[in-house]
Design a protein around this ligand. Structure first.
Ligand SMILES: Nc1nc2c(ncn2[C@@H]2O[C@H](COP(=O)(O)OP(=O)(O)OP(=O)(O)O)[C@@H](O)[C@H]2O)c(=O)[nH]1
Ligand SMILES: [Mg+2]
Length: 642
């Protein structure tokens, strides 16, 4: 029997437990189950949608089914079919026990409880709910458990429920029908319902009642029905039998296929196959399709709201104040870029222009430190330092403020629309991220008084906690893009040359004169020292300072010209506005659900192909349920009736 350590039950069924985790199918299934758990958690916000709820329930059922994989290596096969097809008669014939499950010709929906044939020790392990009132029949079937079920198409609904609960527990479903019931709609609906999750054997009973010349046609017609349910029936999984004449037709083949097997060897693979089937079923196309439609609807709603946001911004950006603030911010940024893209004096003047407050603050602090301390000086230095710190933040804040309260009102309206869309779709709003407050030291007082509160307020006001950080980021991007473009036009090669020409000439002239005067003074030969007067140096420095002004003016005029016609309304694109975030977050989560479900199904199908080689029965082929595949060739028993 099993190839691992185990213990024996009743009539010799070996239980395998300890090596379960070492099996290759286990290592294949574990990650799938972990992903299924993650997918179920992702479904949570969408529980008001029937397809998502159904998916979560199916995933839970898969997990429940998987819990049984550690159970002993036995396989449960059930007989599913319409009333009167001869399930009970077939059950008796398969286990070779007359009247094990009573048969009736006069009463329909006759079987009203499960009849379970198995080795005696397996009873408690099969875990059939006692309220279903199962009747156990001791039969030497090795690791196989065979169940005769009540019908699933009769007038007694309790029979359907009992049958379903047993089918849920099963690994293999033997679909039993008879010639006159082969196209029964209800039975086919039930078969489709379980198609993906189980391994299937198809049995046409009462073969003795089909005239020999019609057998082939009857079976072909049945094959067509099975193809519509997603199967590709062939001689390995389809059997033509007669329960009343067990020695004719293919009853022996059926018994070999399902009962005379070594489930100690195949049990784990069979269970892994079932788990994959459950996962396939949980991520079925019939559930994903409506979810995709929902995702498309959310995307469309998001797009409509984005348009509204875009229009609101366009309107606000067209306001004079906003345009001015934008241009100023761009100009400031262009100066910075220009300092990097020009050289020597041109770069120096541009750099001084952008670092003005840094310099003045440094100068004032220097004075405070080395000369006389004054309150006024300290205040001025602090103000300059603050301005220097906030350079780059303030202009953006100013833009945000300039966009105005009208924008805020329109964005509020969009936020309201977003909330309504979420409500209409039965979606909860995403939880606000919790505000993280840094832990205080125990001895630290909670409030330092009005001065600290004032400073707090000032920092919040001046940008330490900007209102909509996402919007500020968008504004920053727009400013940076515009500045980059403008800077590349401003800092041309020739501008650099022209701006540097005059200062270089002055510098060269002054250097030559100073050099000459120093040489003439013969300082290195110990002669009389006759250096140029101090006034000369001052004049040279003054001239140099003045000579940079034309270059500065040239750059300043070019920057002003570039910024003058900037139209922020045209260039500003809101990519992910914060007001849309609740909707966008749900849409992303839903897309993640769909993507993960598709991936899970794909991997479950692959794993199933690997584990199912050599297992009894057939599985439903993928999603193409309604595609009518070509029927398999006729059963050997049709040609050769025994
Ligand atoms: N001729 C013929 N009759 C059969 C065959 N199998 C079953 N029968 C008869 O069909 C009738 C119904 O058989 P059951 O086994 O009770 O049918 P069932 O599918 O269990 O029906 P329910 O218990 O009502 O769901 C009985 O009279 C059987 O004798 C068969 O292979 N050939
Ligand atoms: Mg019956």
């Amino acid at each position: 029997m099993g190839d691992g350590p185990g213990c024996s039950i009743g009539g010799g069924v070996e239980i395998m437990t300890s090596d379960a985790t070492a099996r290759p199918e286990t290592s294949m299934i574990e990650p799938l189950l972990a992903d299924a758990g993650a997918l179920a958690a992702l479904c949570r916000p969408f529980m008001l949608w029937p397809p998502a709820l159904e998916m979560a329930q199916r995933l839970a059922a898969a997990e429940e089914f998987a819990r049984r994989r550690e159970a002993p290596a036995f396989a449960v096969a059930v007989l599913l079919g319409p009333t009167g097809a001869g399930k009970s008669a077939l059950f008796n014939a398969l286990i070779r026990r007359e009247d094990a499950s009573p048969v009736s010709d006069a009463v329909r929906c006759f079987t009203d409880r499960p009849y379970v044939a198995a080795v005696p020790g397996l009873e408690p392990l099969i875990r059939i709910p006692p309220e279903l009132n199962p009747q156990f029949i001791a039969a030497d079937l090795g690791g196989a458990v065979l169940c005769d079920l009540p019908d699933i198409d009769g007038a007694v609904r309790e029979h359907w429920e009992t049958a379903r609960r047993l089918i849920e527990l099963s690994d293999i479903v033997i679909y039993v029908t008879s010639p006159d019931k082969r196209a029964d709609f209800r039975v086919h609906a039930e078969v489709r319902r379980w198609a993906a999750r189980k391994r299937w054997l198809f049995v046409m009973n009462r073969a003795d009642q089909i005239p020999e010349h019609e057998r082939q046609e009857v079976v072909q017609d049945w094959d067509r029905r099975l193809c519509q349910a997603g199967f590709s029936p062939d001689a390995a999984c389809r059997f033509l039998v007669s329960a009343l004449q067990p020695h004719r037709f293919e009853l022996a083949d059926l018994r070999r296929a399902v009962l005379e097997r070594d489930y100690g060897r195949d049990g784990y693979r069979l269970r892994a196959d079932g788990i994959c089937g459950h996962l396939q079923h949980a991520a079925a196309e019939e559930l994903l399709e409506p979810l995709r439609a929902k995702a498309a609807a959310l995307r469309a709603a998001e797009e409509r709201s984005r348009e509204k946001v875009q229009a609101a911004y366009r309107k606000s950006w067209s306001r004079r104040r906003a345009e001015e603030a934008f241009r100023q911010a761009v100009a400031q940024q262009v100066w910075r870029w220009t300092a990097e893209r020009t050289s020597a004096f041109a770069a120096l003047t541009a750099w001084l222009r952008t670092r003005w407050y840094h310099l003045t603050a440094t100068y004032r602090l220097f004075r405070l430190g080395f000369y006389r301390f004054s309150l006024w000086g300290a205040a001025a230095a602090s103000l300059d330092a603050l301005r220097a710190i906030l350079t780059g933040v303030l202009p953006l804040q100013r833009i945000q403020e300039a966009l105005g309260p009208a924008l805020e009102a329109e964005l509020d309206q969009v936020a309201h629309d977003v909330r309504r869309t979420l409500e209409d779709h039965g979606l909860p709003r995403p939880a606000e991220p919790p505000k993280v407050t840094p832990p205080r030291k125990p001895d630290e007082p909670t409030d330092h008084g009005p001065l600290d509160r004032g400073l707090d307020w000032l920092m919040r006001r001046l940008g330490a906690e900007p209102g909509d950080s996402q919007l500020l980021e968008e504004i920053r991007t727009a400013v940076d893009e515009a500045a980059e473009e403008a800077a590349s036009r401003v800092a041309r090669r020739w501008v650099d040359v022209v701006a540097n020409a005059l200062p270089f000439v002055i510098l060269a002239d002054a250097s030559i004169r100073i050099g000459r005067a120093w040489v003439a003074s013969g300082w290195y030969a110990g002669e009389t020292h006759d250096y140029p007067p101090l006034g000369f140096y001052g004049l040279a420095a003054g001239l140099l300072a003045v000579s940079v002004l034309p270059g500065y003016w040239l750059i300043a005029t070019r920057i002003a010209a570039q910024c003058k016609h900037l139209k922020p309304a045209e260039r500003f694109r809101v990519t992910s506005p914060a007001v849309l975030e609740p909707l966008a977050a749900r849409r992303r989560e839903l897309e993640e659900v769909i993507r993960k479900a598709e991936d899970l199904r794909h991997r479950a199908v692959q794993a199933r192909t690997l584990v199912s080689a050599g297992l009894p029965g057939a599985v439903a082929a993928g999603e193409d349920r309604d595609g009518v595949a070509s029927p398999a060739g006729p059963s050997p028993a049709i040609a050769e009736s025994r």
